[in-house]
Design a binder for this molecule. Sequence first.
Ligand code: HEM
Length: 275
Amino acid sequence: MSHAAHSVSASTVIKPARLLSHSATLWFVVAAAGHFAFLVYIVGFYWLLIAGGGAAGLADTHLPGGFVDGDALGNAAVIAHLLLAAIVIGGGPLQLVPAVRERFPAFHRWLGRSYVTAAVVSSIAGLYMIWTRGTAGGLANAVGITLDGILILVFAAIAVRYAIARNIVRHRRWAMRLFMVASGVWFFRIGLMGWVVLTGGAGIDFETFTGPFLTFWGFGQYLLPLAVLELYFRAQQSTDGRLKVATSVVLLVCTLAMGIGIFAATAGMWLPRIT
Ligand code: HEM
């Protein structure tokens, strides 16, 4: 009797390790869906404009420094940045799907090279754009995205080094860190739009696009995802069930917040611009 009761409870209670694994999968599925929405916007808006009118196609858009007459180098940087953004945003989630890596290793390597090249070139172009043309918002935002660009270059180099050395454990970790920083601009947009929906835009001066929230999120856009990722790595390795459960709760809260932000960014920003 007691034996039967024991086996029933053991099979019905979700084990902390499974809870953590399911929470991480749910986080990833929602993040991948949100990347897809951003990808549709990048291709449907920027690629079509560039295909239709080259650099001049970007004049009179919401981008503050999209096109500057006579600045060929700057215009080329913007075009490269926007074309390659699609590879970064579309390719990142695909690289993280275990089934794709296991079944199609050659594709994983080919896309990995394309992803890293796109992220590196796009970051260098972005660094050039930000310090020659500026961006919406204040100095804090410029410094925040500059640090993000530097982290992309550093993490890409480390992830590639471990891939070449066939150190898969370390490669996987650095590739996931690279994903978080290379998707920083995605986190920025969904975080901003989610915050506006939830708080009505507290801490944001919409005239100047500055304010405490934007200063915080200029850095938080990649530091927060990186911190949650480190927590996840620790919980995965730990034998402490409570840490796994607590981390699962953190992941589920992040997933809910991401879902709200993705909906707000897609409905309020991306879809209206391409329809
Ligand atoms: C590699 C990952 C990155 C991706 C996928 C990416 C993607 C994009 C996209 C899609 C836009 C168009 C804006 C929109 O319509 O929402 C954009 C604009 C811009 N990006 Fe990036 N970006 C990345 C990294 C960076 C970095 C590292 C910097 C700077 C250091 C940067 C600087 C800029 C600037 C200056 C603009 C012009 C818009 C503005 O004035 O705010 N980007 N980026």
